[in-house]
Design a binder for this molecule. Sequence first.
Ligand code: SAM
Length: 240
Amino acid sequence: MLHDPFEFEAGQRNDKEYNGMLKETLRAIVLFANRRSKNLRILETGAGTGLFSEVYVPKFPQAEIVISEPDEAYVSKIPPKFKGYRNITYIQSVAEKLKWNGKFDVVVATESYHHIPDKEKVKFFENVYRLLDRDGIVVIGDNFIPRYNVRSTKDRIRALHDFWDPYINEKKRRGDREGVKTFSNALREAESGSVEYKTSMEVFEKLAVRCGFKISIKKELSHDINKRGGYVVYVLKKKK
Ligand SMILES: C[S@@+](CC[C@H](N)C(=O)[O-])C[C@H]1O[C@@H](n2cnc3c(N)ncnc32)[C@H](O)[C@@H]1O
């Protein structure tokens, strides 16, 4: 388990940048939905406790929705949030191995791409490609670290510090010991290559293109993103 699900929800609900990313992710789906006449089939992967599901599910009451999440403690928190909805299926699975007999118009993941281990990321894209309809979209809202030399572990660690140090220093300035602990742990997890596997935008884009996608929309949401990294919402489509 990542963190206690209730602690996780409380932290995320108060995070302005995270909520901005959810808003942009929703906007991308709505834009796509407005251009279509048929009901959407939506797959959400790495849904956690359903924080983003709470945002988009009420907007698409006619959609056929599959919500997936690998962690049992998290996924069990989702169905009680959608008691009135009959067209939602819940699946406990990692995204790269998720099985479904059919295609989706939208595959969406918020802040979960960076939890997929690097060695599974190709499988993730291949599986999403298989599950996506010809004209469908993949919407990925996530955090990216600054550009680094992929052949140098040292340089990747430097990029991880460029990303996390400002958060840690801000918590130190405020005397928030819990905050310092949380962010320092995240940095350690990222450095050791467990739990978190953040990449740069360049690495993400190259892999997506190699796996048959084109980048249709890229919305950078954080200031100073080239220096510090930050939130981006990507909309990917299949190369024709
Ligand atoms: C930071 S949480 C984000 C949850 C949710 N999408 C949100 O926006 O609140 C990351 C989630 O990714 C999930 N995860 C970890 N490995 C995964 C994988 N291989 N495939 C899909 N999700 C994964 C974790 O269990 C966790 O719930």
